[in-house]
Design a protein around this ligand. Structure first.
Ligand code: FAD
Ligand SMILES: O=C(O)[C@@H]1CCCC=N1
Length: 387
């Protein structure tokens, strides 16, 4: 064991751990970022070329965090000298009388989030090649767009390292011994830190076992589907086609979302916002295609310019909490262990602000955002938590 004691050790170099490590290094904290796989990898939740960024949320606390997150993404772009965000706008559709769509509209209106409400008669003129189902409304979050995810992850890690941070990849953490100085054992070394941040994505509970805590997290495999345009370019970013979210297009089903064709020319990404439960180490043993069936019916109905069979299917994972809100909190027993988990399939856009608040918690500072919606205590009543 080295005699070196880090100010902070961060476990997990996905977007949340990488952004946290970056923020810590920026504040002169001697920081070690540990990652089980050799970087870059496609085994967690942060890989892939694109993610949606938006302020269109039903809950004001997310909108507040996004106000700062947009600023931090812009700073990061500047520091990295690469484009990370492309504004496309986000089309939000949903049953007019549904609770979710009504709440989203009301929140955006009362907080004056830049948006355009599309009336039915003008919908197809603004958004050609999309069939808006009867009884559905539509609006555009005008500042929303695409984040270049892989590029962003690489950029944050690079800046962290150039600011003195240390990344050790290909080092799986196999043990954690809590204490005033936390000891972290990997397959090839033993490290010590005054603080520890666990941002292990789908493996959060595996690591938390070593601290006597289990959270009610469900890990699901997402089939990331790309669909061929019948006429290339119909839904492309260069034709100014927006990202979209269709809230609960069928009662009892989850949202469907899409991004304009861009990363794979001629192919548009359209996904179902839920998947089937999986073990993170055996992701590809999960072969359920129920979500793809739902998507095929949706594409046939609403996106007539796409061939209704996916041309490419990639894999990713969500780590879902019962209320779909994040976990951003200190460990209930060990105050110097900080947890960022359960990003429930919508955490990427918040990466920079999550990095900031987790770094504040790790440094014993008062976080600059109200983290009460993200506390561990709220999960106490759920069967899978052992608190
Ligand atoms: C298909 C898909 C589409 C999405 N779309 C959007 C979107 O449009 N907009 C949006 O904002 N969000 C979106 N998300 C969600 C977002 O990507 C995730 O919330 C985010 O990437 C989670 O990051 P993370 O750092 O928590 O997890 P991860 O990226 O999984 O990182 C955790 C890391 O911890 C490492 N690790 C685990 N255990 C150990 C160990 N024992 N030792 C060392 N390292 C370990 C893992 O290998 C991994 O690299 C999407 C997610 C998916 C899957
Ligand atoms: O977070 C996002 O914006 C996307 C789209 C909606 C569902 C999940 N991820």
């Amino acid at each position: 064991m080295s005699s070196e004691v880090y100010d902070c050790i961060v476990i997990g170099a996905g977007i949340q751990g990488s952004c946290t490590a970056y923020q810590l290094a920026k504040k002169q904290q001697k920081t070690l970022l540990l990652e089980q796989f050799v970087l870059p990898h496609s085994r967690g939740s942060s890989h892939g070329q694109t993610r949606i960024i938006r302020k269109a949320y039903e809950e004001y606390f997310y909108i507040q965090m996004m106000q700062e997150s947009y600023e931090l993404w812009a700073q990061l772009e500047e520091e990295a000298g690469v484009e990370l965000y492309r504004r496309t706008g986000l089309l939000v559709m949903g049953p007019e009388n549904s609770e979710g769509f009504s709440r989203l509209q009301a929140t955006m209106q009362s907080h004056k989030i830049p948006r355009v409400v599309l009336e039915k008669q003008e919908f197809s003129q603004h958004i050609p090649n999309v069939n808006l189902p009867e009884g559905n409304g539509a609006l555009i979050d005008t500042l929303a767009g695409v984040l270049y995810a892989d590029r962003a992850l690489r950029a944050v890690q690079r800046i962290f390292q150039s600011g003195g941070g240390v990344i050790k990849d290909g080092e799986k953490v196999i043990d954690i011994t809590p204490g005033a100085v936390v000891t972290v054992t990997t397959g090839s070394g033993v490290y010590r830190g005054r603080n520890l941040v666990i941002t292990a994505g789908p493996w959060a509970n595996t690591l938390l076992t070593h601290t006597g805590l289990q959270l009610p997290l469900k890990v699901v495999k997402i089939n990331v589907c790309y669909w061929k345009e019948k006429i290339p370019g119909t839904y492309s970013v260069s034709q100014r086609f927006p990202c979209f979210i269709h809230m609960e297009p069928k009662e009892g089903e989850y949202d469907i979302y899409g991004l304009p064709s861009n990363e794979y020319p001629g192919l548009m990404k359209v996904c179902y916002h839920m998947g089937s439960e999986t073990e993170p180490d055996e992701r590809d043993k999960q072969t359920d295609r129920g979500d793809i069936d739902i998507l095929m019916r949706y594409v046939t109905r609403c996106l007539p310019g796409l061939v209704p069979v996916p041309a490419v299917v990639e894999s990713c994972m969500y780590t879902v909490t019962p209320d779909h809100h994040f976990v951003l909190d200190s460990h209930p027993t060990y105050g110097n262990i900080i947890i960022g988990a359960g990003f429930s399939g919508h955490g990427f856009k918040f990466g920079p602000i999550i990095g900031k608040v987790l770094s504040q918690l790790a440094m014993g500072q008062v976080p600059s955002h109200d983290l009460s919606p993200f506390g561990i205590k709220r999960l106490q009543s759920h069967a899978r938590s052992s608190l």
